[in-house]
Write a new protein. Structure first.
Length: 269
């Protein structure tokens, strides 16, 4: 990824707006705040503040962020900031992208906050029934270094012994049957299915013209793209955040197409 100004990384944002970002951060803090030391929380809050121009995205240098803490009378070290980042990445709160300068040298990182997902859902995020996937891939939102091997659809899940595990037949009736049946071919877990559908509901909240059928078609199309990328070897640290980004891009393209057609109609008139 090439280095650039913050506007260049707008497409990485996982949030509708700043309010949506803040709401997600509040939910994250309920789960993970106690995992950070006082100094690490200072570093995390500073990173959050620097992620306001583009909701949930920051490309400031670590030294800039550390200096901002000092200027606010909250002195922390660079090592504290880096320790905070390691924890945030482990919990799935932040994804860090490396960038390069034009000469190929490494530039400062881009920090992308992820949408909130409950611990139980992301802990069980393994793919079932994909016989043609020959390589393992990362789907855990809480252990970026651990890869989960694919299991055959007829093989009981590793999570069956977990009392919190329930298969797709327990999915809420609010989730369309067609969508549930498609997802269960890969993730036979009601929590994961409902979490994917929640992403669609959030993303299409203001698209009042979309029918349930339209939303299902959008969701399945986005999932097919994600699964295809996984099959091609794409490493994904947060399946829900990645799915959110795909849906967002698809809706943006649709909006641009509608706008273009409207302008053409105006010119003809």
């Amino acid at each position: 990824m090439k280095a650039g100004n913050i506007e260049q990384f707008k497409h990485l944002s996982q949030f509708r707006d700043l309010k949506d970002f803040n709401n997600n951060i509040e939910q994250w803090m309920i789960d993970v705040k106690s995992k950070f030391t006082k100094s690490e929380l200072i570093a995390l809050k500073r990173l959050i503040r620097f992620s306001a121009k583009v909701a949930g995205v920051c490309n400031a240098k670590i030294q800039t962020l550390v200096s901002a803490c000092h200027e606010a009378g909250q002195e922390i070290s660079r090592s504290t900031f880096e320790r905070m980042l390691r924890k945030a990445k482990k919990f799935g709160l932040v994804i860090v992208y490396n960038t390069q300068k034009e000469n190929g040298r490494q530039a400062h990182n881009v920090y992308v906050f992820q949408r909130y997902t409950s611990v139980d859902v992301t802990k069980n995020a393994t793919i079932d029934g994909a016989e043609n996937y020959h390589s393992s891939f990362e789907t855990s939102n809480h252990d970026n270094n651990k890869r989960t091997e694919n299991v055959d659809q007829n093989t009981p899940s590793k999570n069956m012994s977990d009392k919190k595990y329930l298969d797709a037949s327990y999915t809420s009736s609010r989730v369309p049957t067609q969508f549930r049946d498609f997802v269960r071919c890969f993730w036979n877990d009601f929590q994961i299915i409902e979490e994917f559908w929640k992403v669609i509901q959030i993303q299409t909240y203001y698209y009042t013209y979309m029918s349930v059928r339209d939303k299902v078609e959008l969701a399945i199309s986005a999932l097919k793209q994600m699964i295809r990328n996984i099959k091609r070897g794409r490493k994904i640290q947060n399946i829900f955040g990645y799915f959110y980004a795909i849906v967002s891009a698809m809706l943006d393209r649709e909006a641009q197409e509608v706008w273009r057609e409207m302008m053409e109609d105006i010119e003809v008139a």
